[in-house]
Every structure is written in C-alpha cells, then in structure tokens.
Design a protein around this ligand. Structure first.
Ligand SMILES: CC(C)(COP(=O)(O)OP(=O)(O)OC[C@H]1O[C@@H](n2cnc3c(N)ncnc32)[C@H](O)[C@@H]1OP(=O)(O)O)[C@@H](O)C(=O)NCCC(=O)NCCS
Length: 173
C-alpha cells in the first residue's frame, strides 16, 4: 500500500509527536548515540526538519543539521529519520529523505553524512565513507558511516573531524 501523506516543515507543535516517533524507533539509548552527541552540541535548531503527516497525524520525521568537517562548512548530518511502525515499508522514509536531500541541495550544501544501514540508505545514493577520511567525535561502526555528495566530487573535499556548525547558515549562492 503506498503511503499517502504530505510533507511539511516541522512546527513547534509537532515536537511531542516527533519525540514519540524517536522514542518508538530508537528507545532511550538514542541519547548516547554519537549522532546525538553532535546534534547536542548544536546551538541552532536543525536547518531542515520535515514531518510526514497522514490524516493530520505526524507519521514520519527527518532532520538535517549543518556540520563542519575538519572545519570546512557546507556539509550536513542527516538524522534522525523515523517512520511510525504502522506506516513502515510504504515508501515514506525514502520520500521524506529525498525531499530533505533536495532541500539541502537547494540551500547549497555539498555533502550529507549519516550513521545508518547501508542497504537502506544506498537506495538514496549513500555509500560508505573511505575509512579514516572523516572522523566522528564518538564510536561508530565505519561500515555504517555513510555519505552522499550533492555536488560531483564533493566527498573528496572533506576530511577531519565532524562538529556542529553553529555559525549562521552560509550563503552559498
Ligand atoms: C528505517 C526506516 C526509516 C525506513 O522507513 P520506511 O518508510 O519504512 O522505508 P521505505 O518504505 O522508504 O523503504 C522500505 C524498504 O526499505 C527496506 N528497509 C527498511 N529498513 C531497512 C534497513 N534498516 N536496512 C535495509 N533495508 C531496509 C525495507 O525492507 C523495504 O524494502 P522493499 O522496498 O524491498 O520492500 C523506518 O523503518 C524506521 O523508522 N525504522 C526505525 C528507525 C531507524 O532505524 N531509522 C534509521 C536509522 S538507520
């Protein structure tokens, strides 16, 4: 069954519903994850935060936060992505992700990284980052540290440590 839903920017009223999705998808252990550690260091809300709604209920959510890699700007960290259990496997996750990637590209970002399952994220064009090129400020399985270039060759421009980008969004036009 296809997922019939609308995608909208996350609003303040969505916060509780989005948190419930994260709790259902990742449990309380999510706060200890390396990706959360990076996001926690952010002093700004994620630049891209989208919800998928079905019959006026939030059934999916995705965020992208601006990061620096080795001090270089223009990259984003994707996550969390979570879909309500009863709406899984209907294409929602992929559509939400592609919508966010298009928005990141439109804003001028060059690279998106994430920690996740390659068999799933390869469907949106993500591939494993060559070992040792980009470092995370915490433990992660290198086979799950993935990137997608939004501009040809962008991955080669980045190396070093990932950190939250707390500067005002760069003008990249
Ligand atoms: C992972 C998740 C976001 C996928 O969203 P979704 O809307 O169910 O996925 P889609 O409908 O876009 O895609 C479904 C397809 O991806 C596959 N898939 C889903 N999760 C997968 C995974 N972790 N690894 C490999 N394949 C996966 C499904 O088997 C299905 O395959 P099919 O098309 O061959 O039947 C969702 O299941 C979820 O919220 N899971 C819990 C939280 C989570 O793991 N988030 C991602 C962090 S890695």
């Amino acid at each position: 069954m296809p997922c019939v839903f609308s995608i909208r920017p996350q609003s303040p009223e969505d916060a509780l519903a989005v948190d419930a999705l994260h709790e259902a998808a990742f449990g309380p252990g999510r706060f200890a994850r390396t990706a959360y550690r990076i996001r926690e260091a952010a002093t700004r809300p994620p630049l891209i935060a989208l919800t998928a709604r079905h019959e006026d209920r939030v059934i999916g959510a995705i965020q992208f936060a601006a990061i620096t890699i080795g001090g270089r700007r223009g990259a984003m960290l994707l996550g969390p992505l979570a879909i309500a259990p009863e709406h899984k496997n209907q294409g929602c996750g992929l559509q939400l992700m592609n919508h966010g990637l298009a928005e990141a590209s439109r804003l001028g970002f060059r690279l998106v990284v994430l920690i996740g399952d390659l068999p799933y994220y390869s469907r949106a064009g993500f591939a494993v980052i060559p070992r040792g090129q980009i470092h995370l400020p915490g433990p992660a399985d290198p086979a799950r540290f993935l990137a997608k270039a939004l501009q040809p060759g962008a991955l080669a421009e980045y190396s070093g440590l990932v950190a939250a980008d707390n500067e005002p969004p760069p003008r990249m036009d």
